[in-house]
Design a protein around this ligand. Structure first.
Ligand code: SAM
Length: 310
């Protein structure tokens, strides 16, 4: 989908999804119900710097990723000067997928859920690491993403990997905030990389992460974050807000989507706030809870599901 048609579709869906009056109610409590459901529908969230009804955010984010899916890698390289690859390698190494547990019998590989896994960048790295470093050919990854176009790119790319059409890799289209198809306590490692800032209800997604992880399972998130040095921050913001939308326009013919991407980075909570949200979902926080990358441009957050909930 071209950027222009994506934004036209957005505009159209915004018009079509305007609030529809609820069925008229007669009694007082029902009138209250009607008001409550109206205010629920009218609850606002942010889409970059724009406030939008919560019910619209997912489709707007969907249009962005449908539009950027085919140029996603090139754009990531240009936007981060290739650094995102080093961050992703470091993220996977720090998790050491496929390693045997420190004690007890060797599990039959890890069951990994890569949320917002899009084009498969993290999933393929994790399978490579498990296979080549830990000689584990049992570990498997489910790539879950809300966007069919991003998943299609991932599927296409998987053809060139040894995991294509094997039980070690599968793809699921789902919203991370609600995954009834994934059983409670069934996942060893839950990863979400550069995805969660796009979610409408981030706390709901963290609660789902907690639910699906086994006790002792690990939640790991890498996301753009807050730069700690003010001088570096000023340079970084200038790069983000002037260069990135322009590169988006030149390379992908899509300024608006890249404008959203930088605005969504700005709106994402600080390292400390996000750590608080992970704790709120029930996770134990190891050490400080996060590791800054390149001065805080990105950060890796981790949480562990306690064996017995306090
Ligand atoms: C910036 S991409 C990251 C892709 C991949 N993890 C990477 O690092 O290359 C963000 C992804 O989040 C997905 N996404 C956005 N909202 C989502 C949601 N509510 N549930 C699941 N995936 C979502 C998008 O479709 C997109 O594929």
């Amino acid at each position: 989908m071209s950027s222009r048609s994506a934004w036209r579709a957005l505009h159209h869906s915004a018009k079509c999804s305007a609030f529809k009056p609820a069925t008229p109610y007669r009694c007082f409590s029902c009138t209250r119900q009607a008001h409550e459901s109206k205010s629920e529908q009218d609850r606002m969230t942010h889409f970059g710097f724009t406030d939008v009804p919560e019910s619209e955010k997912a489709s707007r984010v969907g249009a962005v990723f449908s539009s950027v899916a085919s140029s996603y890698d090139t754009m990531n390289d240009l936007m981060s000067l290739g650094i995102h690859r080093l961050w992703k390698d470091h993220f996977v190494r720090s998790l050491n997928p496929g390693s045997p547990p420190p004690a007890g019998p060797h599990r039959k590989g890890w069951n990994i859920l890569d949320i917002a896994g899009g084009t498969g960048d993290i999933a393929f790295r994790m399978l490579d690491h498990a296979t080549n470093i830990n000689h584990d050919i049992e570990t498997r990854v489910t790539i879950s993403d809300i966007n069919a176009e991003m998943l299609a790119e991932g599927r296409k790319r998987s053809i060139n990997t040894p995991y294509y059409n094997t039980s070690r890799l599968d793809f699921v289209e789902a919203n991370a905030e609600h995954m009834p198809h994934i059983a409670d306590s069934s996942v060893d490692l839950y990863t979400v990389v550069f995805g969660i800032r796009n979610f409408t209800d981030k706390q709901a997604a963290l609660n789902e992460a907690y639910r699906v992880l086994k006790p002792g399972g690990v939640f790991a998130c890498m996301e753009f974050s807050k730069v700690d040095n003010p001088v570096f921050d000023a340079v970084y913001k200038r790069w983000n807000f002037s260069a990135i939308p322009m590169i988006g326009q030149l390379v992908a013919g899509d300024r608006a989507s890249y404008q959203y991407l930088v605005e969504s980075i700005e709106r994402f909570p600080s390292q400390e706030e996000f750590r608080g949200m992970i704790q709120k979902a029930g996770f134990m926080i190891p050490g400080k809870g996060y590791e800054n990358l390149t001065g805080g441009i990105a950060a890796i957050h981790k949480g562990i599901k306690p064996i017995v909930r306090a």
